[in-house]
Design a protein around this ligand. Sequence first.
Ligand SMILES: [Mg+2]
Length: 398
Amino acid sequence: MNPNSLTRRTLLRQTFAMGGWALLNPFWRALAADAAGPLKVKQVRVIELTDAADPNHKSQYVEVISESGLVGLGGPIYPEQDFIIAKDLAPVIKGRDAMAYEALWDAMKLSDRHSRAGLYMMAISAVDIALWDLRGKHLGRPVYELLGGPTRSSVPIYGSMLGYDTAPEAARKTARDFYDRGFTAQKWFFEHAPAAGSDGFNKNVALVRALREELGPDAEIMFDCKWAWDVPYAVQFAKAVREFNPKWLEEPVRSENLDGYTAFKRDGGVPVAGGEHLYSRWEVKQYLDRGLLDYVQTDPEWCGGITELVKICTMCEVHGVPVIPHGHHIWASLHVVASRSARVCPMAEFLFHWMPEKQYFQDTIITPDKGRITLPTKPGLGFGIDDSKVASRREIKG
Ligand SMILES: [Mg+2]
């Protein structure tokens, strides 16, 4: 055995014993990658899993497989991404160094003139997340350590109450139940848009009033307008609920309507959150330059993956705007939040109704306790596929 490699392994172990922060230093990062050996992409594929308990229940993941046989997992993904991943992105990164995340991200982004947004950027995001899982498995460390963390041993979450009854009495009961279990920050969703007239408007106000009355002044209550409103309605509504001190109103108008955000920011008088439908740092920059958001909510599953979300966090930090990522991919979101300071990423979102389905086929399930998620310690993102739930696997070739 080469004595140099022994020395390197010893150094590597010491590096990790000092904490993953050392990987931030290019020297240590290079040393770690060298000691673990090369990480070359052998194959990228989309697999469809069929539920052993229900043949009609399926889910799809992207796998990035290294020449050494490691599998990085991304997903579950949307079926509409299959073709893009299998036909367009797989050839771009096959055979390349999986550690070179900047080069791979750029190569995927430059592989199509329409990569800026939508399904193409979502497909890039899925592959990017799978690549980070692969890197973590290769180095034997959780992804948040590769990103410079951890900054905390557990991450606070706010509960996203999509799917719960918003009638005031039902909402009070649900909100109280979660609050008493430690979920003191909750986001609720309005059911009524301008077309529902004054009756819908008053029902939306009643939800805000009921939750503030029920949970008291210390609770953090946020509200999602589901980008379904117009500016006059949103401004009138903001004025009506200011006295209840919402932490934010989210996506009052569609994300492409920057003029609408400008008017709402000027006249609404309550904090505004948004960004789940923004793709990449360039779209977020337009909002930051105009001072339109008090909280940025880009989603690693949509905005360009972990690689891009980290850059967005840095950009938002410079503008003094916290990032609280949209929570469709709780694993990716968790690792990024855990790697940034609490000032930059104060918390993550957890969708109570949505997460069980999203994590159904996984062998490790994230479940928050008393309003927090303890950081995973397994290499990579921290989950694999639970084979006992899988009746069959099928590769989707696009
Ligand atoms: Mg939302």
